[in-house]
Design a protein around this ligand. Structure first.
Ligand SMILES: *Cc1c(COP(=O)(O)O)cnc(C)c1O
Length: 355
């Protein structure tokens, strides 16, 4: 498919932000990719055009019934000044799985990727050069058909916006304090927990707000049926490092199949470390911490890559992990993954695509 490009006039280009004060998701680049779908034409007319608000009918079905899915991936600036994407096709393939679950149309991964590359070429200079900074990429699909009545919409918009983001750990790792909730649940097997769909995040906000009021950074979810088995954290999968093995919850249908999680599983296998993907009860975690068997806990996700957990708060008790400090394995995984992502380390898996 031919990708039309309408560039912003040079005089209208945005002022470039200070790369050392980017934060996360607050600034957007000059352009976006947009592609529409209707039943008659399918996906058509992908276009790179100036970043600008959309005009949507107030009856647009996404506003009422929530057919909305998204992805999150990053472009990195290499030492050779090249632009590197980390497993972008895995994100687009996951988007298609989210689309299938939400009765939304499948994308051609090839066309969507060509669109992303075209957008990145136009906004290439937005990929930050500051240490640890990157360009966060947000592909999104929403139902735009105007109409009330719950059913799959017949019209959609796919778009990609991009945001330069700062180093997640500008002053070195800062282990997070996590609140384990047994009041709220995120998802249930048979539901939409494994789809990256907007409603999952709307449903999670209340628990996050309550946890933050009490001084915690994130919420750890337990399974919805027994409220006993660990699922995942807000936007991260979770790993427990025991003395003799590493445990992470299985992809049971209610957790998001993270690409960072999958990448970590590959690295751990290659390093010869024994990993189990199995259910793990919160009681097992706390008991292991008590008797010294639990060495580290960390989360995995695109935004932070690896996020060491310093403590878990469950039913009024604080459980300190590794004395609140970053563990060795979290450190090693972070170093290896970020080196691969920036094209600094060998990439035997073929994860990195240079623009
Ligand atoms: C996106 C996300 C993750 C992490 O996925 P990555 O592909 O590693 O970024 C984990 N859990 C939830 C709920 C998410 O939305």
């Amino acid at each position: 498919m031919n990708i039309k490009t309408e560039k912003r006039a040079p005089a209208e280009l945005k002022a470039r932000p200070n790369e050392n004060e980017l934060g996360f998701g607050k600034i957007f680049t000059d352009h976006m990719l947009v592609m529409a779908y209707d039943a008659a034409r399918g996906w058509h007319e992908p276009e790179v055009r100036p970043y600008a608000p959309f005009s949507l009918d107030p009856a647009a079905m996404v506003l009422h019934y929530g057919q909305a899915i998204f992805e999150g991936l990053k472009a990195y600036r290499g030492q050779d000044d090249g632009i590197y994407l980390f497993r972008p096709l895995a994100n687009l393939e996951r988007m298609n799985r989210s689309a299938a679950r939400m009765c939304m149309p499948q994308l051609s991964v090839e066309t969507a990727f060509a669109g992303l590359q075209a957008l990145l070429r136009v906004d290439a200079d937005w990929v930050p050069r500051a240490d640890g900074a990157s360009l966060y990429i947000r592909p999104t699909m929403v139902a735009t058909e105007a109409g009330l009545g719950v059913r799959p919409a017949k019209e959609y918009l796919f778009f990609i916006i991009m945001s330069p983001v700062g180093a997640y750990y500008p002053e070195g790792f800062n282990p997070v304090k996590i609140f384990v909730t047994d009041t709220y649940v995120r998802a249930v097997a048979g539901g939409v927990g494994e789809a990256k769909t907007a409603g999952n995040y709307a449903a999670s906000i209340m628990a996050a707000v309550e946890a933050q009021k009490q001084g915690f950074t994130q919420v750890l979810w337990l399974d919805a049926r027994e409220r006993r088995y660990v699922e995942e954290v807000g936007t991260m999968n979770i790993f427990f490092v025991f003395r003799d093995r590493i445990i992470t919850p299985p992809l049971s249908g209610s957790i998001l199949p993270g690409i960072t999680r999958d990448s970590v599983l590959h690295l751990l296998a290659d390093w010869g470390l024994p990993v189990e993907e199995r259910q793990i009860a919160i009681d097992e975690v706390l008991a292991a911490s008590e008797n010294g068997e639990l060495l580290e806990v960390f989360g995995t996700g695109t935004a932070a890559v690896i996020s060491p957990v310093g403590s878990l708060h469950y039913r009024g008790q604080d459980c300190l992990i590794n004395q609140g400090k970053t563990g060795e394995l979290a450190q090693r995984l972070f170093a290896e993954l970020t080196a691969i992502q920036h094209g600094r380390a060998a990439d035997p898996y073929g994860w990195v695509i240079r623009l």
